[in-house]
Design a protein around this ligand. Structure first.
Ligand code: 5RP
Length: 223
């Protein structure tokens, strides 16, 4: 029986194999954030001379890539990328995701929007029928925290401030439990439209294009 860390390692290795045909001297890769992505970065490092650079969704991933000799570009220097590779906290059958367990949701959404394909790398514990078992992270402007929290309660959730945590953008996160998100794209738009919300961790308006899912039987691909 593989452990969750072993499952993450397997999908990280599979993601590198998936990315190899896309690598070329002028190519920039989009790289996400999290423990699965950390393993992906480590596995990608030996191929760093086969592509130009990376664009990163967090200071954490940027630092890890820089320490391994992968150049990291400011997103303002990047017009297009063939792939954005990132983990998720939940994935449903339609490739909608909840992300942001690591608090990088806003930059993840921004970097992903520049890429042609979102490659989601997860282990099978992340697969759900309906999104919402994992508390939905919502990044908020600090002075709007309480008013946003009241609106989230009206929407049926129970928001909890992520204590002692500030995002790379200097904002706070409300983790919203008690949701059963049956219409993910509509709910994403609703939450994103609350004044004071920077971004919510639903990736449904633009979900994953491909999910690589690590299982006890091997890595499966969903399109
Ligand atoms: C960070 C994220 C991560 O992709 C998500 O939390 C999954 O993390 P891990 O690979 O550590 O399980 O969205 O903001």
């Amino acid at each position: 029986m593989l452990t969750q860390t072993e499952l993450k390692q397997n999908v990280a290795d599979a993601a590198v194999q998936f990315a190899l045909p896309f690598l070329a001297p002028d190519v920039i890769l989009g790289v996400g954030t999290g423990s699965t992505v950390d393993l992906f970065i480590d596995a990608l490092a030996p191929y760093k001379d086969r592509f130009r650079a990376a664009a990163s969704s967090s200071e954490r991933s940027s630092a890890r890539m820089a320490s391994l000799g992968i150049e990291v570009l400011d997103l303002n220097q990047v017009a297009t990328m063939p792939l954005y590779i990132d983990g998720a906290d939940e994935v449903d059958h339609a490739l909608n995701m909840i992300k942001g367990g690591g608090g990088a949701l806003t930059r993840e959404k921004i970097v992903a929007s520049v890429a042609e394909r979102f490659i989601c790398i997860v282990d099978e514990t992340k697969r759900v029928q309906t999104l919402g078992r994992f508390p939905l992270p919502v990044e908020v402007i600090p002075m709007a925290r309480e008013v946003v929290a009241r609106r989230l309660v009206e929407l049926g959730g129970t928001p909890k401030l992520r204590e002692g945590f500030l995002t790379d953008n200097g904002c706070q996160i409300l983790d919203v439990s008690g949701l059963s998100i049956t219409a993910p794209a509509e709910f994403e738009a609703l939450v994103n439209n609350i004044p004071g919300v920077v971004c919510c961790g639903l990736f449904a308006l633009a979900g994953a294009d491909i999910v690589l899912m690590s299982t006890q039987e091997g890595v499966r691909q969903f399109v």
